[in-house]
Design a protein around this ligand. Sequence first.
Ligand code: G3P
Length: 217
Amino acid sequence: MQIFIDSADVKELKALAETGLVDGVTTNPSLIAKSGGDFFETLRAICDAVSGPVSAEVVAQDAETMIAEGKKLRGVAPNIVVKLPLTPEGLLACKALTDEGHPTNVTLCFSAVQALLAAKAGATFISPFLGRLDDGGQDGMQLIREIRAIYDNYGYETNILAASIRTGAHVRDAALAGADCATIPPAVFRALYKHNLTDAGLAAFLKDWKATGQSIL
Ligand code: G3P
């Protein structure tokens, strides 16, 4: 499974890129606002830090302006993916941009039939929002399973990008359900390394090793 980081915090993204485990980045208007920086400067800095796909979202409501915004965003760096909302206009823009060879990420997906439409519009990525469904008392992971089954039934190549991830359990279950990618907030990514038995086991090994008085180097 590909791991993307869901953030527009350039300093954080640079640090996480150094782990060698990060395959890409997703941003949205809220994350850009939180970063406090200029949109285009922030995108350029992220694209310099990460070689994989970097999703940047349009803010227009009509297809024609979305396409123009998408093309401008694509001019920032070759690894920009145009992020579009799952609306009729967003899918028109998705189809037009896809037909011209631009990679796309259709976002704000909350149902399997929405994901079916995005695949038919040629989306490179579909972003089902797990956490927000769970917040509302629905089962976000069931949505991933349904999209996986539908895409496999018809051979759609659209990548399932599990989004709105809140916990390590979300990452595990999205991987088990066959999501192609997960976009993970920095704090949740860092927590993926952690297990109390790893810490306790390492402490015991190091204590016993020290008692031998030996060294490897
Ligand atoms: O970037 C899209 C998505 O991951 C947002 O997550 O936590 O705002 O629901 P969240």
